[in-house]
Ligand binder design. Structure first.
Ligand code: GLU
Length: 415
């Protein structure tokens, strides 16, 4: 962001609006565990900018979620909503915890405690949270329920990413992957590249990564590798995401068809021409398209030069460090940045919010075609800017986003 702010030659007053969030809310959530002990979890809601509309962005439950991370992610959300031109600002939330070590009942307590802690700062017209790393539709349902209880209101639009049975939107679960898929298809088409001749590696097999694997496989791409935090599988001939999903469901890991932890059935792997890889090794495999779809800061100055892919589609938020980005520019690697590549999620959140406010229910086809229109308009704006200014897609996306935010701030009279 800093490089772009510099290049756009903003005034000091303009710059200040991009340096710090408008509000940082911090609380400590006291949770009584089922064993009788009490834990205190640091919790955050950072509201970066609301010039273009209510603050918008997910809440993550993760051991590494701290103020700095949530601040950075909130800024990305403000840029993202501006890039796809939906009427929202940007914000982000986090609870520093490991939900995998909590029972379902304890996770529900965390969700409800989060809403009680921040209820004065959120609302359909104020700040509308959503899912992020480790937060699910079920968690969104508990949060909406808690908000409605506390405020004695009917507020389906207070949060998005809810289950279909409780005000969710069709197509929200697949939206992040679907948006990235539309962009990739458009880009490959324009470059006259045939999916049948392209190989893809996907790091992360959660909501975004798993759905992406299916879309690509069905469109004829060869998905050569997938991984999750416990490791992954690689086969130059391609793997079948349906089978991977099945074994992940059974064993909890994408390598579960062949391995239990680090112990693998070598005979079967040989027969299927599959190799076991780590979650780090997947980034450096020979492939045309690399899709980081898990956590931030995984592509760094250390591994960037070993990356063989010519295209990187960032379904995760912040997977590439600025140092790695600079290396890619010299290597001619095209990075489709998170603020564009994964904006499908927040775009369908916008559709869900609209449905919550109007009481309408959209069909799956409506969601899909509107998502395609919105995300490809964002993509075209970024591509135009990149070509015109001869800058990377990340640089171009930030400049499109910042300019749109500035316009709104000027109209409001903040500048
Ligand atoms: N957490 C998602 C993101 O980073 C979705 C945010 C939303 O839907 O508000 O874009």
């Amino acid at each position: 962001m800093h490089i772009v702010v510099k290049k756009l030659q903003l005034t000091d007053a303009e710059k200040a609006l991009f340096e710090e969030p408008q509000f940082i809310h911090k609380k400590s959530l006291k949770i009584k565990k089922e064993d009788g002990s009490t834990i205190e979890l640091p919790a955050f809601r950072v509201q970066f900018n609301n010039a273009r509309g209510p603050f918008k962005g997910g809440i993550r439950f993760h051991p590494l979620a701290d103020e700095d991370e949530v601040k950075a992610l909130a800024a990305l959300m403000a840029i993202k909503t501006a890039v796809v031109n939906i009427p929202f600002g940007g914000g982000k939330g986090g609870v520093q915890c490991n939900p995998k070590e909590l029972t379902k009942a304890e996770v529900q307590k965390v969700a409800r405690a989060y809403i009680r802690a921040f209820q004065d700062h959120i609302g359909p017209d104020i700040d509308c949270p959503a899912p992020d790393v480790n937060t699910t539709p079920a968690i969104m349902a508990w949060m909406r329920d808690e908000y409605e209880k506390q405020t004695k209101s009917y507020s389906p639009a207070v949060i998005t990413g809810k289950p279909l049975a409780f005000g969710g939107s069709l197509g929200r679960d697949t939206a992040t992957a679907r948006g990235g898929f539309f962009i990739l298809q458009e880009m490959m088409d324009r470059e006259a590249l045939d999916p049948e001749e392209l190989t893809v590696a996907i790091q992360g097999f959660g909501n975004a990564g798993a759905h992406m694997a299916h879309y690509l496989h069905n469109a004829g791409y060869t998905v050569v590798a997938v991984s999750d935090s416990q490791g992954g599988v690689y086969s130059p001939e391609g793997i079948d995401p349906v089978r991977i999903q099945k074994y992940k469901g059974k064993t909890g890991s994408v390598a579960g068809e062949y391995c239990e932890g680090s112990v693998c059935d070598i005979g079967r792997m040989k027969m299927d021409n599959v190799q076991h890889i780590t979650n780090e090794e997947i980034l450096e495999l020979p492939c045309d398209i690399l899709i980081p779809a898990a956590l931030d800061n995984v592509i760094t100055a250390d591994n960037a030069k070993n990356i063989k892919a010519k295209y990187i589609l960032e379904l995760a938020n912040g997977p590439t460090t600025p140092e790695a980005d600079a290396i890619f520019e010299t290597m001619n690697v095209r990075v489709i940045p998170d603020v564009l590549a994964n904006a499908g999620g927040v775009t369908v959140s916008y559709f869900e919010w609209t449905q919550g406010r109007s009481g309408e229910q959209w069909t799956k086809e409506q969601v899909d075609s509107e998502l395609k229109r919105v995300i490809l308009e964002g993509y075209k704006a970024v591509r135009r800017e990149a070509r015109r200014e001869k800058v990377s897609y990340r640089h171009a996306a930030f400049s499109v986003g910042i300019k749109r935010m500035l316009e709104a701030m000027k109209v409001r009279g903040w500048l």
